[in-house]
Design a protein around this ligand. Structure first.
Ligand code: HEC
Ligand code: HEC
Length: 269
């Protein structure tokens, strides 16, 4: 009696699993959570919170400020952050308290409320600690506040990735997660974390991905190859990159894994 019930239960579980696997929405949702990382999450919430409306797309260029002729709201990557924030706590405080906090501390931006056309809003308790930490990680990576050690192979790898603009597909600092219609997971993989570890088992596979645009383990697999052919954005083959250059990119990927996507890298002081 007991074993029949058990068998029924197992059958029902198997059926539920098959149904779940057949639905792309469920697969995509699962992979999205599994491959999530602070930088990727912070970019999504910065978009939702309006940060890029003022600081420009991905914080790469602020809009002109009508309250201060000839001045723009600072781009995150313009080096201006050095005047405002020195460490994680200062970034956290700035996001929670906005421009007022700078006035209180006699920052040169002071001049009283209403003086400027546009000020940094105080996000206060709208954000929980987790969201705030993700935003801090994202800010540090997008602003270039946290970087690879000077002169290291990882630095050369990062420069190379910038030169070829790999980040246009793989996300800022290889954080991944950009949409890829038709692909198995639904997004382009990052260079660290669960998605990377699934797709890159070792240095050899890493090189094959970069120089050939695919790896045999997947391109010859009956199921995986269907998704590889179906996806709309494909990995280009960078056949001209040298072995040394691939070594540098590999060092960069390892640095990303060790520094939580680059957010715990070196600060300039
Ligand atoms: C309404 C426009 C506006 C929005 C929206 C906005 N900011 Fe700002 N932000 C500013 C201005 C203006 C400054 C310049 C500092 C000042 O005037 O006090 C600034 C400064 C900063 C700074 C100080 C360092 C630097 O690079 O200048 C940080 C960090 C920052 N913003 C992060 C954020 C984050 C994160 C968000 C979204 C959660 C955000 N900002 C949304 C206008 C904005
Ligand atoms: C046009 C978009 C595009 C560009 C540009 C691009 N890639 Fe990719 N890359 C992809 C896609 C899509 C995949 C996943 C392919 C698949 O699953 O078949 C991928 C996969 C990879 C992988 C293996 C999986 C993973 O987790 O990353 C590595 C490593 C990689 N790319 C490195 C690079 C490097 C290095 C550059 C720049 C020199 C680069 N890519 C530029 C789209 C791109």
């Amino acid at each position: 009696m007991k074993s029949i019930k058990m068998r029924y239960l197992l059958g029902a579980l198997a059926l539920a699993l098959i149904l779940a696997l057949a639905s792309p929405a469920i697969i995509h949702g699962f992979w999205k959570v599994r491959s999530s990382n602070p930088v990727r999450r912070g970019i999504v919430s910065a978009r939702e919170l309006g940060c890029f409306r003022c600081h420009g797309a991905l914080g790469q260029g602020g809009v002109p400020d009508p309250g201060k002729p000839d001045e723009n709201i600072p781009a995150w990557n313009g080096g201006v952050w050095m005047m405002y924030v020195k460490n994680d706590d200062a970034i956290r405080k700035y996001i929670r308290e906005g421009t007022v906090h700078a006035h209180e501390h006699g920052d040169e931006q002071g001049g009283g409320a209403g003086h400027r056309g546009i000020e940094m809003p105080a996000y206060g308790n709208m954000l929980d600690d987790g969201e705030l930490n993700d935003l801090v990680a994202t800010f540090k990576v997008l602003s270039g506040m946290s970087v690879t050690p000077a002169g290291s192979p990882a630095r050369r790898g990062a420069d190379l990735a910038r030169k070829w603009n790999c980040f246009s597909c793989h996300g800022p600092a290889g954080s991944g997660g950009l949409p890829n219609p038709g692909s198995f997971a639904g997004f382009i993989p990052g260079w660290y974390g669960a998605d990377f570890n699934d797709l890159v088992r070792d240095r050899e596979e890493f090189e094959a991905w970069i120089r050939e645009g695919s790896i045999k383990r997947l391109s010859l697999h009956p199921l995986a190859s269907i998704f590889i052919k179906r996806q709309k954005v494909l990995m280009p083959a960078y056949a001209e990159l040298t072995v040394e250059e691939v070594d540098d990119l590999w060092a960069y990927a390892q640095w990303l894994a060790e520094t939580s996507g680059g957010s715990a890298g070196e600060l300039p002081w």
